[in-house]
Design a protein around this ligand. Structure first.
Ligand code: F6P
Length: 364
């Protein structure tokens, strides 16, 4: 009788993130080393709907450890349960779960490794819950806002980029006696702003978790001026908002399972500071530089550990879990739990207290 190999599939969903390729490499190598076959799903859940899967071998993952992006492609629009298709020039949403199941069956896939943020992990959890698909999740996002894990891969790289930007902004701010505002990503959580703000020695850090009062920000900048510091550095998370006000929305993305895209708060804060203090102020939006390019060594290691752990969970038949970092060990948690509410910065956390002890202003 033919000895059939166990077959698995791996996909990357949602926004790209440094370390995706390192996870793919680790997943593929672990399966191959254990005499299994593994398919890469192209362009996230789109590939599962549209039958776009590729058999992976060692050559497919060779040399990708330091590479940014994802060799499998990704999209943050395609949800098989609400799949956008054009009909008579209009976008309509269809339930394509049958297509997904058909394709998984066609390739005889035992389980699916979903490398994604909350959107993709939610889809994975729904596939597990409602369709019986066996899923193992890997927590990806530069935002670090997933619950049930102490770290998502990609965050360290984004934080390093933002810190480098702050270092560079410092020298130009000092030379021109300006206020420099750096707007960073992070959606509804302030992890990137907080950590880069501490690492980059910012004077003001604005987070979604602490609605700011413009007066407090102005006071801080004026106090610095009075103390002989003619420049200041402000980091604003894209989700920061004034007390009693709203977050700044840059655009709505049609067809995306989470259509709101934040952006614009940095410019607003810079203008308000200039108007109130008379100090020339400029805003820099760091944007996709936080997501592109090579992962840091920390992210390479974390991504590799996550990838191996996800494949190992599949090999031992432990499904519907997400791999997670807990006390520096890789453990598994129920995917259902991991795909719940985003994890925000606790306002009473030790790291915020650290910033306060240094005299940093959080706008409150
Ligand atoms: O979740 C990652 C992230 O980069 C957020 O920080 C940001 O708000 C969002 O994705 C941007 O999404 P898009 O790539 O659709 O513009």
């Amino acid at each position: 009788m033919e000895n059939k190999k166990r077959r698995f599939a791996v996909l990357t969903g949602g926004g790209d993130c440094p370390g995706l390729n390192a996870v793919i490499r680790a997943v593929v190598k672990t399966f191959l080393q254990n005499d299994c076959e593994v398919y890469g799903v192209i362009n996230g859940f789109n590939g599962l709907v549209n039958d776009n899967l590729q058999l992976m071998d060692y050559a497919a993952v060779s040399g990708i450890l330091p590479r940014g992006g994802t060799i499998l492609g990704t999209t943050n629009r395609d949800n098989p349960f609400k799949f956008a298709v054009e009909e008579n020039g209009e976008l309509v949403y269809k339930d394509m779960r049958e297509k997904v199941l058909e394709n998984l069956q066609k390739y005889d896939i035992e389980a699916l490794v979903v490398i994604g943020g909350d959107g993709s992990l939610n889809i994975g959890a729904q596939l597990a819950r409602e369709c019986g698909v066996k899923v193992v999740g890997v927590p990806k996002t530069i935002d670090n806002d997933l619950p049930c894990t102490e770290r998502t891969f990609g965050f360290d790289t984004a934080m390093a980029m933002a810190t480098e930007a702050l270092d560079r902004l410092h020298t130009t701010a000092e030379s021109h006696h300006r206020v420099m505002v750096l707007e960073v990503m992070g959606r509804y959580a302030g992890w990137i702003a907080l950590h880069s703000g501490i690492a980059g020695g910012a004077d003001v850090i604005l987070l979604p978790e602490i609605p700011y009062k413009l007066d407090s920000v102005i006071k801080k900048i004026e106090a610095r001026k009075a103390a002989g510091k003619s420049f200041s550095i402000v980091v604003a998370a894209e989700g920061a908002k004034p007390e009693g006000g709203e977050m700044s929305v840059a655009r709505m993305v049609k067809g995306s399972f989470e259509p709101i895209r934040l952006g614009g708060i940095g410019e607003k804060v810079a203008n308000a500071i200039e108007e109130a203090t008379g100090i020339e102020s400029r805003c820099t939006v760091l944007g996709y530089l936080q997501r592109g390019g090579s992962p840091t060594p920390y992210d390479r290691v974390l991504s590799t550990r996550y990838g191996v752990a996800a494949a190992e969970a599949c090999l031992r038949g432990e499904y519907n879990v997400m791999v997670s970092l807990y006390h520096d060990q890789i453990v598994t948690v129920y995917i259902q739990k991991a795909a719940s509410q985003p994890r925000q910065v606790p306002v009473d956390s030790e790291i915020i207290r650290t910033g306060r002890q240094l005299g940093m202003c959080f706008g409150d």
